[in-house]
Structures are given as C-alpha cells and as structure tokens.
Design a protein around this ligand. Structure first.
Ligand code: MSP
Length: 497
C-alpha cells in the first residue's frame, strides 16, 4: 500500500464570503489529513482560492480597485477562517500565483501541440452568471441568470475525443468516482455524446484570466485554469521528484454541485496532457438549513465564525463530522447541534474524564494508579480498545466518518457503564488496588478514545491527553504511565443550554 496520502479541497471563489459549506469540506479534508498523519503516512493537504473570472473582475470594478488588489484583500477571509478552524493544510494555492499560471500555460500548449485544441466560431446562448455557453434545455430550466445570445470565435478542447476512454476508466476503476450513486450519475451523463469544451474567453469581454499561450487576444476559461491547481501545488513541471511523490492525488474532495467539472472535464484534460488520473473523486452532499437550501436570499447562511465564537472550534468540527452521512445531504439545526454536544461530548466524553481525574486526585494523590491484575471486565475493555483502532481505520477508509465517530462514542459509553458497574468511588474504601485498576482502565480507554478522536477535535483531545499526562498517538493498550502526575484542567465540555 502506498505510503503517501494527497488530499485536496475545491479551491474556493475568492469573492465568496466563507460559509459553513466551505468550512465543511475543508474540515473534512483536515480530519482525513490528520488521521493519515497520525498513522504515519506522508501526507499532503492542499486547499486554496480560485481567483480569476468574470465575477472577480466585476466585483473589483465595482469597488474601483485592480482585480489583483481585490483578490489580495479578499483572500485573508479564508486564510483567517482556516487558522481559526485549526486547518492543517500543507499548501495554500491561489490561481493568480506565477507558479500556477506557468503550469496552466504549459498544459494548454501541450494539449494544443497534441492537436486537441481547435478554433471555431460559435453562436449560442451564454449565461453571464455561469460564465459559459449553455444549452437550450438549460436555458429553459430557469436555473440560469443573465442569458444572452452570443456569437464568438473561441478555442475548444476536444473533450469528446476522450469520452470512451473516460467511460472505460470509470468502469475499470470502481473507486474513481465515489459514492457509487455519483459514479452512476456520471456514467448516465456520458451516455449522451459529449460536447467539446470552450476553453477561451475573448479579452474584449473578460481580461481577468490567464492569457492563452498561443493567442494573446484570449484568456483561459476559469475551470480549465482552476482544475490545474491540483497538479501545480505538488510541483508539476517545477519539481519532478515532489510531483511524482504526491501525484496521483488520493482524494479530490468536492461538493456534489461540481461533480461534472471534476469527473468529466478534469480527467479528459489529464488524458490529453498524458498525466495519470487522480485515484478518487469524492462528492459529498449539501448542508441544508433545516429543510431548505442555504442561500443568501433566504438569509439563512451560517457563518462559521459566529459558531466558533459562541461554541468553540472542536464542538463545531465534531458536529459537522458526526452528523453528515458522507454522500448524502444533511440538515443543520441549532437544536441538533446543542443536543449532539450535550449527549456525546458533555455527558459521555467529558464526564468520563472528569470522573476519572477527580477520583484519581482524591484517592491516588493526583497520580495515575497501577493497572494491577485484570479481571474479565478489564480484559473486555482492553480488547475492545485494541480493536477500536482497526474498526475506525476500516470506517475511515470507506469514508464512513460518522460511523467511525459513533464507534468511538459507543466505546466511551461502554467505559462509563464499566465505571458505574464497578463504582471505584465505593471500591476505594475496602480495596484500593481494585479501585486503582478500574481507574487505570477507564483512563487508558479514554486515552485511546482521545487519540482516535484527535483528528476531529485536535484541541480538546490534546488537553485531555495533557491532563492524563500521556504523549503521542500510540494505540496500543498501556500508554498511561502509573505514577505520572495528572494536570489540572477546566471542564472539557461544559453542558450547554
Ligand atoms: N471555485 C469552484 C471550485 C473549483 S475547484 C477546481 C467552486 N467554488 S465555491 O466556492 O463555489 O464552492 C466550493 C465548494 O463548496 C463546493 O464543493 C460546494 O459543493 C461547497 N458548498 C457550497 N455550499 C455548500 C453547502 N451548503 N453544503 C456543503 N457544501 C457546499 O465551486
């Protein structure tokens, strides 16, 4: 098995105000990156910004500033949010960087030299908001704004030439598009003949883009530019060793709305350029606000900054990862957020820590007691703890993160039950060694739970491990050291009202 893991998020439109949807994909990528780092895989996690195109040009004009200045002023809204959310990306790419523009020009030239780009006059319906020509059917759907009839000379990429090769690739690589219903959606789409892709925009109408290397009157269509970020960052054409180390990407994480661009445009572009295809394109569902779509006009867009300010980063990360079944839509409500927090984090997880640490302080001088001789009950907790790492690994590899988290919480619940059954607070009066054994077992189980939850809640689990005076991400039983002094702490997950 490959020892490298390369994961990407979409690069977000720099104009957008970051919302819970952006935060979600980025946290998901972060959790997977942290998980793989913990298992000592070499990991490269990329995110960034999509900065070219009409909307950026327009917004800059409206503000009366240069487009580049506009991007530079907008970009920190994302970088600051990622910092607040403790996103551990290894690279942050902006499509206006020279390293990226060079790769886009090189790929365009390569595809041109191969004979896969041609010039043609095109007349059709053009959606200004989507920045592309649309079909009659799309125009009738009512989903597109600012439609006009346009006649223009443009450059086209022979996407249709790769249609069959793409179908074959999807069929012989079942993990290429995930989940399966998205794969079937793309295979369905590919049953119709594929159109070629218009990859240029005349400068007379749009100049905020990467100039075509073979015609200075045109800039590159924003998607042909943006998708290439995934190979720019690991070093395509710049650092061969690094590129070969990371590419092909393990995962392109995306939302379901940008599936076609990733699962059709991108692989055919790579085929033409003679570059290997990514291993998996994974499309997640949407966060809905209650039952409705999140939208500016409905005024129900959740700003992740507000949530973090009110509730802290880790609970927000936990909720987003625990609630969404990957691949399906999920509904965000404050009630379910608070309920989830109180039941899982305050009652189950936080409570176990405070019980264990309070009893160790009261009866064992604030030190980790000796594990002593195990009975049947401890053996069960131990063997389930040792198994848990394997179970979580399988779930994560199958992209069932919510189930992985649920397995960990079930284990924590079973440890709470074990504490109740063995009541170390009573046991300590007649048999101190037995009480120590129970507390050691519960503490060690908590340590394992915390290590496994650390990709989801990096801050609070680090505090928990500090309290128990435990280091590292070792999942073998016996990581707590008897005699180690416990550290003081505030309640980890105080109840919310
Ligand atoms: N710039 C393009 C991507 C180029 S990648 C080469 C883009 N940017 S975006 O900022 O509009 O959106 C990025 C991602 O946010 C998409 O994956 C989209 O699915 C996701 N989300 C937007 N709203 C969302 C929700 N309400 N819920 C979950 N994710 C959603 O598209």
């Amino acid at each position: 098995m490959s020892n490298t893991f390369y994961i990407t998020t979409p690069i977000y439109y720099v104009n957008d105000k970051p919302h819970i949807g952006h935060a979600y994909t980025t946290i998901l990528a972060d959790v997977l990156a942290r998980y793989h780092r913990n298992t000592e895989k070499k990991t490269f996690f990329l995110t960034g910004l999509d900065e070219h195109g009409q909307k950026v040009q327009q917004a800059a004009e409206e503000r009366g500033v240069e487009a580049q200045q506009h991007c530079d002023e907008m970009a920190p809204r994302f970088t600051e949010l990622w910092e607040q959310l403790h996103i551990s990306h290894d690279d942050f790419i902006r499509t206006t960087e020279e390293r990226h523009k060079k790769v886009v020009r090189d790929i365009l030239q390569q595809v041109m030299d191969k004979g896969d780009i041609y010039e043609a006059e095109y007349e059709g319906l053009y959606s200004v908001s989507e920045e592309r020509f649309i079909t009659e059917k799309e125009a009738e759907s009512g989903e597109f704004r600012d439609i006009k009839q346009l006649k223009e000379k443009n450059y086209f990429f022979k996407m249709s030439k790769y249609q069959q090769a793409l179908i074959d690739h999807i069929k012989s690589n079942p993990k290429f598009i995930q989940p399966d219903h998205r794969k079937n959606e793309i295979l369905g789409f590919l049953r119709q003949p594929l159109n070629d892709l218009c990859i240029s925009r005349p400068k007379s109408r749009l100049n905020w883009g990467i100039e075509l290397p073979f015609d200075s009157d045109y800039v590159t269509y924003v998607w042909f530019d943006a998708l290439i970020n995934y190979i720019t960052a690991p070093g395509f054409g710049r650092d061969e060793e690094s590129f070969n180390k990371w590419w092909p990407a393990s995962y392109h994480l995306i939302g379901k709305d940008i599936l076609t661009t990733h699962a059709v445009y991108w692989p055919t572009m790579l085929m033409s350029a003679g570059i290997e295809l990514p291993k998996t394109i994974f499309a997640h569902g949407w966060w809905l606000m209650g039952e409705s779509k999140m939208s500016k006009s409905l005024g129900n867009v959740i700003n992740p900054m507000d949530l973090i300010d009110d509730y802290g980063v880790d609970p927000v990360r936990y909720y987003l990862m625990r609630e969404m079944v990957l691949g399906q839509d999920s509904s965000f409500t404050m009630e379910s957020f608070i309920q989830r927090y109180n039941s899982d984090l305050a009652n189950d997880f936080g409570n176990l820590l405070s019980r264990v640490s309070t009893l160790m302080k009261k009866n064992f001088g604030g030190k980790i007691p000796e594990p002593g001789d195990f009975t049947e009950a401890e053996a069960v907790i131990k063997s389930n703890g040792e198994l848990l790492g394997e179970v979580v690994k399988e779930k994560i590899e199958a992209m069932r993160l919510n189930e992985a988290i649920e397995e960990i919480m079930q284990y924590i619940r079973s440890v709470n039950k074990y504490m109740e059954n063995n009541a170390p607070w009573k046991l300590v009066k007649d048999d101190k060694d037995a009480a120590g054994r129970v507390l050691y077992t519960a503490g060690e189980a908590l340590r394992i739970g915390a290590v496994l939850l650390s990709p989801v809640m990096p801050n609070r689990t680090a505090i928990l491990l500090d309290v128990l005076n435990a280091k590292g991400t070792n999942l073998n039983w016996g990581g707590l050291t008897p005699g180690n002094e416990l550290q003081n702490h505030e309640p980890l997950f105080p109840r919310m009202n």
